[in-house]
Design a protein around this ligand. Sequence first.
Ligand SMILES: [Zn+2]
Length: 420
Amino acid sequence: MDTASLTLTAVFCILLLVGLAMRMVLASRQIRHVARHRDAVPIAFAQTITPEAHRKAADYTITKTRFGLLELALEAALLLAWTLLGGLEWLNMTLLAALGGGMVQQLALLASFVLIGGLVSLPMGWWSTFRIEERFGFNKMTLGMWVGDLLKGTLVGALIGLPIAALMLWLMGAAGPLWWVWAWGAWMAFNLLLLVLYPTVIAPLFNKFEPLKDEELKSRVNALMQRCGFAASGLFVMDGSKRSAHANAYFTGFGAAKRVVFFDTLLQQLSPPEIDAVLAHELGHYKRRHIVKRIAMMFAVSLLGFALLGWASQQAWFYLGLGVTPSMDAPNDALALLLFMLVIPLFTFFLSPLTALLSRRHEFEADAYAVTQTSGSDLASALLKLYKDNASTLTPDPVYARFYYSHPPASERLARLRAA
Ligand SMILES: [Zn+2]
């Protein structure tokens, strides 16, 4: 192997090891911190959270974090197996021998990569739902429903994924040296299309969405949205309780396809003023332009990514350094895509504290907006109920929270609400 390939192999191994070590240190910090505070409810929550609920949250957090370590090990092993241990090389060669070099072979390579990855992580998904979620009383799924979701998800994934993959591969082969600009444009258009298709076509395949019927709640919510100058094309209740006891509310889509979705579990748990406050928080994300900023960020970051891919896919060391031999007489575009998707997370992991920080800042801004439109104490009590019902820990490790948390820890969030 040449120096460039060896350098890439070395960088890959170092990043993988450093990333793994950091994640393990962070997870064990979190586990120890939560365990240490398991038996005492923090003073600020002593009135609202019972010792049992606090212990349940601690046990749930610890169990999930431990399980995360197992997933981490599996992921790292799989990454090594695909790359340096020759998995991708073998798969590519086998498919080349069977199908020859062309679009069909490349699509088969992408599809079998996804299928094999899915099969390997299947037991983990099963364990997470039927062991962990079940033990803490959150799982409402039967095995049949789980299998049905899996099949439906695979089918929908293939229907959506194969055409976009074919388009990308075609652009890579036919659009000249600047193919990555075209591919980026196509990818962005596809993402915007998904933003419209997801709430209207895809999500209804898995859940029932019914217009909000509760007239009193409806008029409250409509009044709030009018006050905030927000037009949504519908208020929907989703049967989230079909699968899980976890509660949520969200906005999806944009433009005319914008809709507000409440989980039925949320409506059962919160009082009408609390629902208002949660909704006002979500509206705050729109009002403070967080959604637009996020989409703009996605545009910029993926342009950078495609430029990088455009350059890397032309370098022999990019393949050789990651355990794959590029073909001389067949396109290597699918290989380049796969290697790129496998390697990029090793780099972006180190950016997680930054993206988490931005996200937490947005959460604070949305809370601040909610306080101007509804009552801060309603939002505080709604958040407390959600923390309790979702068994989220109130005592995360501060370093772990800085690194990963997309939402501010409960104590910081409620302290700000009380101050407002
Ligand atoms: Zn939020």
